[in-house]
Design a protein around this ligand. Structure first.
Ligand SMILES: [Zn+2]
Length: 405
């Protein structure tokens, strides 16, 4: 490169940085224009009322989904300032909420039975109340519910395509560096499971992922990307698509398990397989694959991410690498982190379906076991997991290089 070319490149780089700063600031200010100050439930003979207290006015979109019966409320440019969650009543069984995309905050209501939105309206501030959005929910037959679902179809594409603007085009790989994509499980309106210590899986997976990223960055040998670095939702298939866009050498999805028996503790590592290695692995895949459903998405029939899998030849090679890495990861984890006795497992997991990126899912431990949950939520636990993962990644690439010689 000549000096003039270098200067030009530097100038372009400056402009890009400036534009990025402006864009980020713009999206931050846009993303927090309305606060949700809390939600309330009420009930009378004919309906269950759901009230969202807001700091200002906004125009939410409301739609229904079947199987399971759900009502989804999308609040544009809103953020959550509400305190403790309240107990649902009436026809509402439970609810959750979180950032669905950069500009949409989502609340999902789970219904005990088919019930439709009979009324939905905004009220201005007045008589001791701030501005609020009110939804009246009425029990209905399944057939009436399904009719209502059809006429309340969400405007999904706009929301989904905006979910990950920051990685729309693959970045050029830093010279000689292996690319690792870490995927903190769950996020936004999909909290994952709630541990006995009262911390959601989505919070713990992000802490572990950040610890691994920092540990890998210290080596200077890796280019590390996170599928999310905040509390936001991604579709299951979007997670491995991010890995593919980065042309990742390795994809690690990070989760924390739950089980009925509170004594069970220890981590495990999963590879993709058409057949689950055992009943527990099968149940786990069913739970983890439910993420999209929990976040209020209608699973379209053409999406085979979660159902069928067709493993072709190219993918077989990827699966071999994935299994190799899983073996190494289990052995490195075992030296310093509690692990299940039979820790290398197989299941039909949607996020592991990139055909060309070796992928594993790390269940770092059980949130249903108090000691294990505290370990996963502690700085010490996160550091030990991160170091084990870093040792495993080092070893995996060292072995690949030896075999290539
Ligand atoms: Zn999970």
């Amino acid at each position: 490169m000549t000096r003039a070319e270098k200067n030009f490149t530097a100038m372009i780089r400056h402009i890009v940085v400036l534009l990025t700063v402006i864009f980020v600031q713009a999206s931050i200010s846009a993303a927090s224009s309305v606060d949700v100050e809390g939600v309330r439930f009420g009930e009378n003979a004919s309906a269950t009322r759901f009230v969202i207290d807001l700091s200002g006015t906004t125009s939410p979109s409301v739609f229904m989904l079947a199987d399971p019966y759900r009502i989804v409320i999308d609040l544009p440019n809103a953020s959550w300032k509400g305190k403790a969650d309240v107990k649902p009543i009436g026809v509402v069984d439970g609810y959750r909420h979180g950032l669905f995309s950069d500009d949409t905050y989502r609340i999902v209501l789970d219904l005990k039975q088919p019930a439709v939105v009979a009324n939905a309206f905004s009220l201005p501030a007045g008589r001791g109340s701030g501005p609020r959005y009110v939804i009246d929910i009425k029990k209905e037959s399944r057939s009436k519910f399904l009719q209502a679902v059809a006429s309340s179809k969400p405007e999904r594409p706009a929301v989904v395509t905006r979910a990950t603007p920051e990685i729309a085009s693959p970045r050029r790989r830093a010279a000689g560096k292996r690319v690792i994509v870490l995927d903190p499980g769950h996020g936004g309106p999909d909290p994952g499971n709630l541990g006995v210590i009262g911390v959601h899986e989505k919070v713990i997976t992000l802490k572990i992922a950040r610890a691994i990223r920092d540990e890998l960055n210290k080596t200077g040998r890796y280019e590390v990307h996170l599928t999310r670095d905040r509390d936001i939702f991604h579709k299951v298939r979007e997670r491995f698509r991010i890995a593919r866009r980065h042309k990742a050498d390795l994809f690690i999805s990070i989760h924390a398990d739950s089980i009925q028996n509170p004594k069970v503790n220890g981590g495990s590592v999963y590879n993709l397989s058409e057949n689950a290695s055992d009943k527990e692995a099968e149940r786990l895949a069913a739970r983890e694959n439910k993420s999209d459903l929990i976040a209020g998405l209608d699973l379209d029939a053409t999406d085979d991410t979660l159902t069928g899998i067709l493993i072709d030849l190219a993918q077989r090679e990827t699966l071999n690498y994935s299994a190799q890495f899983a073996e190494i990861l289990v052995s490195e984890m075992r030296t310093d982190v509690p692990m299940l006795r039979r820790a290398h497992r197989f299941a039909n997991l949607g996020m592991l379906k990139a055909p060309d990126v070796p992928s594993v899912l790390l269940e770092a431990g059980y949130l249903t076991n108090k000691t294990n949950a505290r370990f996963l939520n502690s700085k010490n636990g996160q550091r030990r997991i991160a170091q084990a993962v870093r040792r495993a990644i080092d070893r995996y690439f060292a072995e690949l290089n030896t075999n290539a010689r």
